[in-house]
Design a protein around this ligand. Structure first.
Ligand code: PLP
Length: 219
């Protein structure tokens, strides 16, 4: 078995074990974050049947995934990085999900571009849950307004996403995210990375985004 497949199965197993202990029945999907890795590193996971992959740059994603997706149309590609409005046109062509919507302008642009090609993106709003200056995302208190606007323009919002502050226990941030997500009645919640996917799973993440624990360290 290829080591990336083994890593993925181990992660899934770790999640199952810790959720079983808490008697939580539903476990998150794992987005294999393949940014910076070449397609030959990714192929074993595709052959294994893995569905969800994440990238953070539009151009890199288009180059790596356009052909693969043509031949494997069950694959779901997730945009997890910051998205500039001038990249939206290409983003809606290659991606199925966008996790990083954080402004009305970006939301509107996605609607305009997806309508042109008759596609419906599934979208998360990114919350800057630690209210850090250097991080993207809106504040929790601004969520209501942007959710209303997205609904008004017909964007298919499915949940909230966050990257909590680094190097601190993310528990309280994940708790807050779960509460906020529930208050809007969303079905999906995108949180948890290599260092904290187990904690995220315990706080009802439905998608965890895991890169280095599957593919190894990025250069
Ligand atoms: C790179 C990245 C990940 C994956 O990070 P790892 O620590 O390698 O698991 C998850 N989410 C976002 C938004 C990322 O940019």
């Amino acid at each position: 078995m290829h080591n990336t497949v083994k890593n993925l199965l181990d992660i899934d197993n770790n999640i199952q074990i810790s959720l079983d202990r808490l008697n939580i029945k539903s476990s998150p999907k794992i987005i294999a974050v393949s940014k910076t890795f070449s397609i030959d590193k990714i192929l074993p996971l595709i052959e294994h049947g893995h569905i969800d992959f994440g990238e953070n740059k539009v151009q890199e994603a288009s180059e790596k995934w356009t052909n693969i997706k043509k031949n494997n149309n069950h694959i779901k590609l997730h945009m997890i990085g910051k998205l500039q409005t001038n990249k939206v046109k290409n983003a809606v062509r290659i991606f199925d999900y966008i996790h990083s919507v954080d402004s009305a302008k970006l939301a509107k642009k996605i609607v305009d571009e997806q309508n042109k090609i008759n596609k419906k993106m599934k979208v998360f709003l990114q919350i800057n849950i630690g209210e850090e200056d250097q991080k993207s995302g809106i504040k929790g208190a601004e969520t209501n307004q942007l959710v209303s606007y997205c609904k008004e323009i017909g964007l298919d919002l499915i949940g909230l996403m966050c990257i909590p502050p680094a190097n601190v226990d993310p528990t309280k941030y994940f708790e807050e995210m779960n509460k906020l997500n529930k208050s809007f009645g969303f079905s999906e919640l995108s949180m948890g990375m290599s260092s904290d996917y187990l904690i995220a799973a315990k706080h009802f993440a439905t998608y965890v985004r895991v890169g280095s624990s599957i593919f190894g360290n990025r250069n």
